[in-house]
Design a protein around this ligand. Structure first.
Ligand code: 5AD
Ligand code: SF4
Length: 433
């Protein structure tokens, strides 16, 4: 039997889908397939912003015909959106053809839910408050060789005022350091070349005495030819120990993704971020002092309730001052149940759109300027894939920049030194040295 998984949202969710595939395999769905050929279709949803939800609504709704035409097809919807209060019932009403609804904590139970559904006509709904079993028992079906994601922790305790994650992913839980190291060692032995340690808030990692810096140190001490990334970090937890570990190991990419969200202290306070602009800038100065060629990327939300034009300009100036390499940019999206959703002073859509357009223009300009400096230099790329349209192989350098090159030989999974001949926005083009 065949399966098809549709994923919304972040890397965390992409990895969660690899685990869903692992559970499906155990339930007898061995092969991935296009949506029309699948015996089970699973939507792994995201609810971090309204547009992610609307996207899923559209795609689920479009299945109505297929579901009617194909007897025995199972449609399952899981993930963050299903975990939102009252959302499972809402989804069931809106899309009565859904067979299984499962929350973020119910993934280890998915096999049992499928069996339950096969045995009865009625839809099966399971939205638990806590993850009963540990995720360690699930073997993911990995889809992104030579890169592999490894969860180190789940959930978040920060309660940034705009964010729904703590409500749908629960409180912080760290995996044992021993289990993480075992997984990394196995991945390296299997030939994976890039390991990304994943957590909503990796700095909060704790297993007894082992904090995140110690874990990173241990992972980077695993023998083998591979590199390491991690995300996401929180500026309030930025530490000199972390910088020291990054500096100590060549295996750790000289790249820090450090979401700032806003460059203005009043807005940061309203967001409950617990750091100031000055602290963010001084942390980055420390990082650059220790690791001069380290690149920093960020996440930014514009048009948070009551944000003024001057306050928005503080965000623009921070991008410059911190010399950020790139940013994921978002218009504030109110999420039911969060503190910010009750705040007055919503920013009108035209103003929000104008702000994000100006921010994106600045970020793109920064990225272009940085890329242009690569021309004539040699960078190491981990080759990830072949782009059929371009007829070129592609991969990323340690800063996350995409590099394209031609090769007669299949280079996927190899580290390649590229002499950069051309830079175009975020992409670099080069020749193998
Ligand atoms: N509105 C807009 N952006 C949001 N993010 C999280 N919640 C919201 C929201 N309600 C953004 C933050 C976070 C990234 C993953 O998503 O920038 O870092
Ligand atoms: Fe959300 Fe803040 Fe936790 Fe990130 S740190 S998941 S933005 S609450």
């Amino acid at each position: 039997m065949k399966y098809h998984i549709v994923t919304y949202g972040c890397q965390m969710n992409l990895h969660e889908s690899e685990k869903i595939a692992g559970v499906l395999k155990e339930a007898g769905y061995a092969e991935p397939a296009p949506i029309e050929e699948a015996d089970i279709i699973v939507f792994n949803t995201c609810c971090i912003r309204e547009n992610a939800e609307n996207h899923a609504f559209g795609n689920i709704g479009a299945l109505k015909q297929l579901k009617r035409a194909k007897k025995g097809l199972i449609v399952a919807v899981g993930g963050c959106m299903v975990q939102e209060e009252g959302k499972a019932e809402f989804l069931k009403k809106k899309f009565p053809f859904i067979d299984i609804l499962f929350g973020t904590h119910d993934l280890p139970r998915l096999k049992a839910l499928i069996e339950e559904k096969r045995a009865r006509k009625k839809a099966v709904i399971s939205v638990s408050e806590e993850r009963g079993e540990t995720e360690d028992n699930i073997s993911p079906v990995r889809t992104s060789y030579p890169n592999a994601w490894v969860n180190i922790m789940y959930g978040c305790n920060n309660f940034c005022s705009y964010c729904i994650v703590p409500y749908v992913r629960g409180r912080e839980r760290s995996r044992s350091a021993a289990a993480i190291l075992r997984e990394v060692e196995q991945l390296v032995a299997d030939g994976y070349r890039e390991i990304t340690l994943l957590g909503q808030n990796v700095d909060s990692y704790h297993d007894g005495e082992v904090d995140f810096a110690a874990l990173l140190d241990a992972v980077a001490s695993v023998e083998g030819n591979f590199r390491i990334r991690f995300m996401t970090s929180h500026p309030k937890d930025f530490s000199a120990e972390l910088v020291a570990v990054m500096k100590k190991h060549d295996k750790i990419c000289k790249h820090l993704h450090l979401p700032v969200q806003s460059g203005n202290d009043r807005i940061l306070k309203l967001m409950n971020r617990r750091y100031t602009r000055e602290k963010y800038l001084s942390d980055i100065a420390l990082l650059r002092h220790e690791i001069p060629d380290c690149e920093v990327t960020t996440d930014i939300i514009v048009a948070f309730p009551t944000e003024t034009e001057e306050e928005f300009q503080d965000t623009l100036s921070l991008v410059e001052e911190a010399d950020l390499a790139s940013a994921f940019t978002f218009i504030y999206s109110p999420r039911t149940g969060t503190k910010a959703a009750q705040m007055e002073g919503r920013i009108p859509e035209e103003i929000a759109k104008d702000r994000i357009a100006r921010l994106i223009a600045l970020v793109n300009q920064k990225t272009r300027e940085k890329s242009a400096k690569y021309v004539g230099k040699t960078v190491e790329i981990l080759c990830e894939d072949f782009d059929g349209k371009k007829g070129m192989y592609l991969g990323r350098d340690e800063y996350g920049r995409m590099g394209y090159f031609k090769s007669e030989k299949n280079m996927v999974g190899e580290f390649v030194d590229l002499k950069i001949t051309d830079a175009n926005g975020i992409s670099l083009y080069g020749e193998i040295v």
